[in-house]
Design a protein around this ligand. Structure first.
Ligand code: ADP
Ligand code: NMN
Length: 221
């Protein structure tokens, strides 16, 4: 089974979901696992001394469940894809998993699985403005961005930069189309490389078998 896992990380409202959805539309046999669908129930998310719910931490996420879903895909991508409903098929026979989320590179067991890592970044003021237009469940209380979201982003970013090499940083101020074009080209090139490697492998294996039968013929004659 030829399979490829791409991580689309980045700060909140950087454009991870937008880019991942467009990528999925463009690439056959692809599907998305999104980290923000694994948040724990509000009742179990702790509150800090300022009264802010501690949502921007790995402990607020069911990372065990997220890993189980990634493992399901890894065991049988085709079966996993079928559970996600109708998809864009045809073309390449390489299966692509897009894992998107704001803390995907900070969780080591998940980070280890990526073949390619992208991180979308936008400036503080753009991030704050985009965030103010979005309604989460529960909604952000006053002061949440500066009191919790941004400090946690800076902390996790420092940790990520000190421990995760090979990240491709993307400028989230580029248009949606520009971002898609860059990542699409890159991913397609990676997929073609995988197909090339497997092609060589299959050719070598076929050659091995041919030599085996020649040898058998020689022994028996
Ligand atoms: N390249 C872009 N340029 C301008 N706005 C964007 C871009 N990508 C996403 N957005 C907008 O930013 C907001 C957050 O996008 P989203 O993809 O949900 O971010 P994330 O998944 O990183 O939180 C949405 O309103 C979306 O339309
Ligand atoms: N249950 C939820 O989906 C939920 C609840 C509260 C906050 N959030 C926010 O979601 C953000 C991460 O998701 P995005 O990267 O899509 O913005 C975090 O900054 C967190 O504060 C999500």
């Amino acid at each position: 089974m030829r399979a490829f896992i791409v991580g689309v990380g980045g700060m909140t409202n950087g454009g991870k979901t937008t880019l991942s959805e467009s990528l999925k539309q463009q690439i056959p046999h692809s599907c998305i696992i999104a980290q923000d669908t694994y948040f724990k129930d509000d009742s179990v998310v702790p509150v800090d001394s300022n009264g802010f719910k501690q949502y921007d931490m790995l402990s607020a996420l069911h990372m065990d469940q997220m890993m189980s879903d990634v493992d399901l895909w890894r065991k049988d991508p085709a079966a996993f894809l079928r559970t996600r409903g109708p998809t864009h098929t045809g073309g390449s026979d390489v299966y692509l998993l897009i894992v998107e989320g704001f803390l995907i590179f900070n969780y080591r067991p998940l980070n280890e699985l990526f073949d390619k890592r992208y991180f979308i970044e936008i400036p503080y003021d753009v991030c704050k403005t985009r965030r103010s237009c979005r309604v989460y469940d529960p909604p952000d209380p006053p002061g949440y961005f500066d009191g919790h979201v941004w400090p946690m982003y800076l902390k996790h970013r420092r940790e990520m930069e000190s421990s995760v090499p090979g990240i491709v940083f993307l400028d989230g101020l580029q248009s949606k189309e520009e971002l898609l074009a860059v990542v699409y080209k890159d991913v397609i090139e990676e997929i073609e490389t995988i197909k090339g490697k497997w092609g060589i492998f299959i050719t070598i294996k076929t050659t091995d078998i041919s030599f085996f039968f020649l040898f058998l013929n020689f022994i028996c004659s």
